[in-house]
Write a protein that binds this ligand. Structure first.
Ligand code: ADP
Ligand code: TRP
Length: 337
């Protein structure tokens, strides 16, 4: 009966510590899906190569993301948890899919345009074909649902295009069309603390709140978060900086707390100091148990190793089935072996 269950897959790049954006945009949904889906969650270390990380920091980030996954509640008994580079079938499928992707569509991809704008000195082929590798990640297990944040919508659309193109070219219904997924119906974008854009690992210092951040540092960053002048008219529209603070409250604070500050905003009696203190307190409360688990897990290298090994074995089994099917369909079945 396992085979008929819908498959779920997602990954995060090991480019730094996980932050609240990663948690609420992605990991929270992973947790909710574990119990009634066949799930695959991985650490996307091949994807991290496009920015040329130094080898030591890359491998240490892989360990920290794995520990963070587990600390958040990903369960190796329920889900297949693995490191991308431990499953060579993914790279094989990437090669096979590359000829199905056109230069024009890859160049039009927003994340590509963004990255070449920011890193003119490093426009490599890996950046251009990033969406093909991501499609290989997803299609290798023929996944249906992909829990990700809003910024990944376009990559999912490209994955569907490649899947449909493959099915069409080889005249079969081999790959399902995977959909971006969030339980709240809408994909989430957690704002950063600098008043604009999303919370991200590689944004400016102070923009992101990390799961493992010390209480002190959480409080300091929230204190420094951008605000705007207080409202002077009742029920005015919130400026983006204030909207962002309320949005963060929406993730970690109780309904009553949020209502209390909404009312104060609406009758113009709000003070941003107390609002920030409350927000900081609720974030600290949320992050504390996860942080404690991260610290414990990172010390337990043996356990992390065992989990990665088991995950790679399970993932390769599933990946192999797909690769066999793909090679047969493409005329790559070996006549000699
Ligand atoms: P980052 O953008 O910090 O480098 P990744 O690109 O590795 O993080 O993203 C990993 C997952 O976390 C993806 O599913 C992405 O959509 C999600 N994510 C990252 N930042 C946010 C955010 N600010 N809001 C919502 N989801 C996010
Ligand atoms: N591209 C995603 C990001 O930057 C990470 C990722 C790589 C991913 N492969 C994936 C997400 C497959 C979901 C499914 O956040």
């Amino acid at each position: 009966y396992f085979r008929t269950m819908e498959k779920v897959l997602s990954g995060i790049r090991p480019t730094g510590y996980l932050h609240l954006g990663n948690y609420f945009g992605a990991v929270k949904n992973f947790l909710a899906l574990q119990d009634n889906h066949e799930c695959f969650f991985f650490v996307a270390n091949l994807h991290a190569l496009t920015t040329h990380p130094d080898p030591l920091s890359l491998s240490s980030s892989v360990k920290s993301v794995l520990a963070e996954y587990l600390a958040c509640g990903l369960d190796p008994e329920k889900s297949t948890i693995y490191i991308q580079s431990d499953v060579p079938e993914i790279s094989e499928l990437y090669t096979l899919l590359n000829s199905l992707a056109y230069k024009g569509e890859l160049e039009k991809c927003t994340s590509f345009k963004e990255k070449i704008r920011k890193h003119e000195e490093n426009i490599n082929a890996g950046l251009l074909t990033y969406p093909v590798l991501m499609a290989a990640d997803i299609l290798i297990h023929r996944a249906h649902k992909v829990p990700v944040g809003k910024d990944q919508e376009q990559h999912l659309e490209m994955t569907r295009n490649f899947a449909v193109r493959f099915n069409h070219r080889y005249g079969v219904d081999f790959f399902p069309e995977p959909q971006a997924f969030n339980f709240s119906q809408q994909l989430v974008k957690v704002p950063g603390l600098d008043g604009s854009g999303k919370m991200g690992k590689s944004e400016a210092e102070g923009n992101a709140l990390f799961l493992r951040e010390s209480n002190e540092s959480i409080i300091n960053k929230i204190k420094k978060a951008k605000t705007a002048p207080s409202p002077t008219e009742p029920n005015s529209v919130k400026p983006i900086e204030i909207e962002n603070l309320f949005m963060l409250m929406g993730l970690v604070s109780s309904k009553e707390t949020i209502q209390y500050f909404e009312d104060k905003y609406n009758d113009c009696s709000i003070q941003y100091g107390p609002l920030k203190m409350q927000l900081a307190e609720d974030i600290v409360k949320f992050a504390l148990p996860i942080k404690e688990k991260i610290v414990d897990l990172e010390k337990n290298t043996d356990l992390l190793g065992k989990i990665a090994k088991l995950g790679a074995e399970k993932a390769r089994e599933s990946a192999n089935e797909t690769i066999k099917g793909v090679k047969n369909l493409m005329g790559l079945k070996s006549i000699w072996l």
